[in-house]
Write a protein that binds this ligand. Structure first.
Ligand code: DX5
Ligand code: ZN
Length: 217
């Protein structure tokens, strides 16, 4: 299976100085950034959208931006996000009315395709689309807020995907930190999102290093 990458979620960072928060994460050893977009409809919270990404990307031209689109009508923001410099567009299966069409749209816009599953969605629902996607995201909390408790009972979904798709990028998101990364890696996840465990830490580099050590040992 592919080696583990760590992508901090900057949702709980100091958003008044987002660029510095992102630079700090990359300097601390992050492989990519996971940016949480919330619209107050698909999830009961609001964050930011493509205008913020458009300002941020020119300052971080080489960083992979994984846009976690927790929005209703994910079809609506594809071209805006591509134009803003997003690298990957991760939409929710539950929010899309025409998944194959949305996948085509994202690819034509030049971005990688991620498909996210909420905790209540069975992994079987995404199987028909896996081969057309670049990454599947298994949520390990209910989307909407950082700092929630990791749901270990989502690991069987990761195992099912890994056993069927040895080369697939599988991401986990929600409550992942030094204490829970091992379960994720053992189940077969190779893209690890970590929010509060990293951004709230006094020494993010130590936490990322520790997480890597856990999965490499
Ligand atoms: C939750 C977001 C996650 C979250 C991760 O809706 O999608 O990316 O911010 O933060 P932690 O690691 O604190 O759960
Ligand atoms: Zn997320």
């Amino acid at each position: 299976k592919p080696s583990c990458k760590i992508g901090p979620s900057i949702l709980n960072a100091d958003l008044s100085d987002l660029h510095s928060a992102c630079v700090k994460m990359m300097d601390s050893g992050a492989d990519y950034l996971h940016l949480d977009v919330m619209d107050g409809h698909f999830v009961p919270n609001l964050t930011f959208g493509h205008p913020v990404v458009k300002c941020l990307k020119p300052k971080l031209p080489d960083v992979f931006f994984d846009m976690h689109m927790m929005v209703a009508n994910p079809e609506k923001w594809v071209s805006e996000m591509a134009d803003a410099g997003a690298s990957q567009y991760t939409f929710h299966l539950e929010a899309s009315e025409d998944v194959p069409k949305l996948i085509r749209q994202i690819k034509e816009a030049g971005m990688k395709v991620g498909i996210g599953l909420k905790p209540g969605t069975a992994v079987e629902a995404v199987l028909p689309y896996v081969e057309a996607a670049d990454m599947i995201l298994i949520m390990t909390v209910e989307p909407g807020f950082g700092g929630q408790k990791f749901m270990a009972d989502m690991m069987p979904k990761v195992q099912v995907l890994r056993s069927r798709f040895p080369e697939l990028d599988i991401e986990v998101d929600g409550g992942v930190g030094p204490d829970t990364i091992q379960l994720c890696a053992e189940a077969g996840a190779n893209m690890i999102v970590s929010g509060s465990a990293v951004v709230k830490a006094a020494d993010p580099k130590a936490v990322i290093t520790n997480m890597r050590h856990v999965v490499d040992s």
